[in-house]
Design a protein around this ligand. Sequence first.
Ligand code: GDP
Ligand code: MN
Length: 385
Amino acid sequence: MAMKLHEYQAKGVFADAGIPTPDSQLASDVDGAVAAAEEIGYPVAIKAQVQVGGRGKAGGIKLVDDADEAREAADAILGMDLKGYHVGSVLVEGAVDFTDELYVGITMDRGEGKPVAMVSTKGGVDIEEVAEEDPDAIAKEHIDPSFGMHPYQARKAVYDAGVDESVARDVSSVLTTLYQLWDDRDGADAEINPLMVTADDEVIAADAVMNIDEDALFRQPELAEMEAEAASTGDELEQKADEYGFDYVRLEGNTGIIGNGAGLVMTTLDLVDYYGGEPANFLDVGGGAKADRIANALDMVFSDDNVESVVFNIFGGITRGDEVAKGINEALEQFDEIPKPVVVRLAGTNWEEGMEILNEDLVTVEQTLEDAVQRAVEYAAEVSE
Ligand code: GDP
Ligand code: MN
């Protein structure tokens, strides 16, 4: 699984590697934000630090021209709820006067089993739509990880994307550095969107995304520390999970996942992915899945606005399947209307009794994990159509 760094952290990593970034300072209160803006000089961008994309469109980024505006913007953004994430800090950053917004990114192409470098001249806030509606506008170059990225591959991707000649060299060099970072830092994704081009043909990373392969964090103590810092600043859902005593990680998809045991939850996550869905979270309720724990788990998952369906994958051990089933029934009976469809698969001790107990007016029961996951993914897809 991937852990996300905040923009300011990713920018720090990129800047250390020589990628140009704007002057910036992190602030966690309004006075601090205004002081930072004064020091950097106007205009500045005030940007919510939450580990989720699309902040601009959600009102988490404001450009300001003076101290009054800076105060007002910082006051509005700090503490706001942005796509379910609590904004605990802002990055105050010298605004870039740009002529073009490019996109550059490195990710793992799972289908090909190889990393892929991507470049587009249609960077900026609509890149997701570009990827869907006009995929050819994103030039791609697969990389053989044992050889690394050849300079000519970077140049080819940049050329194929139609990047202006005046900045092609600099963009290629940013892309090469980005791949190096991705490779060295066990990245799952490294992305700059937008990579801004200025009137005097400079390129500058106005945004930064760095997701790290969680399994590799032990090799990356520096990043692990950043990750811990990122996790502790902000996300309301993750705070809630701490209170409930769940292992929880929020992801970006819409299929909620609840299971007991990390391995079981991971398997469920992989299957959601396999069936073309996108996991909304990792949630391990741990041992003893009694009614109150189940209710808390559902509360967590339903609190995530992105969630469109939920799949339970519970293996009865010490907690028997019939108890779990009762828990699920009781938890769901508390709703006048179930917010999103819930699919359940039980296995292990007393699973058959459990299946019988489950109230099929409230949940969809499936015999196998594959069927349960597929059903949940279908439900989620129906809504998003
Ligand atoms: P995201 O929405 O979370 O991806 O945040 P970004 O940092 O990518 O910012 C979104 C958009 O805000 C960018 O595509 C720009 O159009 C705009 N923006 C961000 N920073 C600046 C800046 O320094 N100057 C200007 N003019 N626009 C900016
Ligand atoms: Mn962006």
